[in-house]
Design a protein around this ligand. Structure first.
Ligand SMILES: NC(=O)c1ccc[n+]([C@@H]2O[C@H](COP(=O)([O-])OP(=O)(O)OC[C@H]3O[C@@H](n4cnc5c(N)ncnc54)[C@H](OP(=O)(O)O)[C@@H]3O)[C@@H](O)[C@H]2O)c1
Length: 288
């Protein structure tokens, strides 16, 4: 990669940010397509977010990914927000379009693409989604449009019922929300086609935890665990052992990054290159 006077700068802002995989994924894609772009990580504290966004304008930074804790707060500093990001009250991608800062959210699209590219079409299916946090909300918005039936279960049940109500109003679909418990999981799993874990249960360092008892998993189920560290979660291992189809969180990570790449460059993203870069970085981080 050669940096020139014309190199366009993209990056990710968040706090903490040092463990982000985005520079590895995006720089691999820029290099592969020989684009004169570079991608950096910027640690931005909450109190400095406004200055950072003014800096994006002033320095002509071309694109940003936005991660915790800024996804909601950043909306106050943008000129335009697309309808999905507006619904979610959360932006994970900003494009600097000749001085106009435009916000998008690629999390839900990334999750849907991860399913579709792995041969899973959620339309006409019953989907059980665990979680009602930021990622779950984005996924629920996308899957509610496609699925025949969507059930949301969350540890804090009010968040699941509120999100279900919001989706019912916005999309006119009947989404159900309830408390995440062994009982509700077992009951809903019986006739579900697709299970998506969007809670943080099973995330490193709690590698051996799973939100679902292994005896409830079945061969005719597809399981997508959006947790990507570890690459193969306990839930994914149990689902594989039960004969279910498994889609890793790395797939969503790569596809949401690919959608951001396409917003910034207007070029089709080299998804395979991005997947390899993500896996390489995850393996490198684990072996440290
Ligand atoms: N693959 C990808 O591209 C991708 C993208 C985004 C996020 N992620 C991963 O997805 C996970 C969630 O991220 P997020 O941004 O949505 O986080 P978040 O907004 O903090 O939400 C966390 C969710 O996990 C639930 N939860 C946490 N601990 C739990 C426990 N012990 N038992 C049951 N539920 C529990 C929370 O329930 P309460 O509401 O009750 O607290 C909430 O629903 C993280 O592991 C993150 O790394 C992956």
């Amino acid at each position: 990669m050669t940096i020139s006077g014309k190199t366009r700068v993209c990056g990710v802002i968040g706090d903490p940010i040092e463990h982000t995989l985005s520079p590895a994924i995006q720089n691999a894609a820029f290099t592969h397509l020989k684009l004169d772009f570079v991608f950096l990580a910027f640690r931005v504290k909450a109190v400095e977010l406004e200055d950072a966004m003014r800096g994006m304008r002033g320095l002509g930074i071309h694109g940003l990914n936005v991660t915790m804790p800024h996804k909601k707060a950043v909306t106050a500093f943008l000129d335009e927000i697309d309808s999905t990001a507006k619904f979610l009250c959360a932006v994970n991608t900003v494009l600097n379009d000749n001085g106009r800062l435009c916000g998008f959210n690629t999390d839900g699209v990334g999750a849907l693409k991860a399913l579709q590219e792995n041969g899973v079409d959620p339309s006409g299916k019953k989907v059980l989604l665990l979680g009602a946090g930021g990622a779950a909300k984005a996924i629920a918005f996308q899957l509610a449009k496609e699925a025949e039936e969507l059930v949301l279960l969350n540890r804090t049940p009010e968040k699941a019922t509120e999100l279900a109500e919001l989706l019912n109003q916005a999309l006119g679909k009947e989404v159900k929300g309830a408390m995440l418990s062994p009982n509700t999981i077992q009951k809903n799993l019986r006739d579900s086609d697709l299970l998506v874990n969007a809670t943080s249960v099973g995330m490193h360092p709690n590698d051996n935890q799973s939100p679902v008892a292994r005896e409830w998993l079945k061969p005719d189920l597809t399981v997508m665990d959006i947790v990507y560290n570890p690459v193969e979660t306990q839930l994914a291992k149990d689902a594989k052992a039960a004969g279910a189809r498994v889609i890793s969180g790395v797939e969503m990570l790569v596809h949401q990054g690919a959608a951001s790449f396409e917003i910034w460059t207007g070029r089709p993203a080299p998804v395979e290159v991005m997947r390899k870069a993500a896996m390489w970085k995850l393996v490198e981080d684990v072996s440290r």
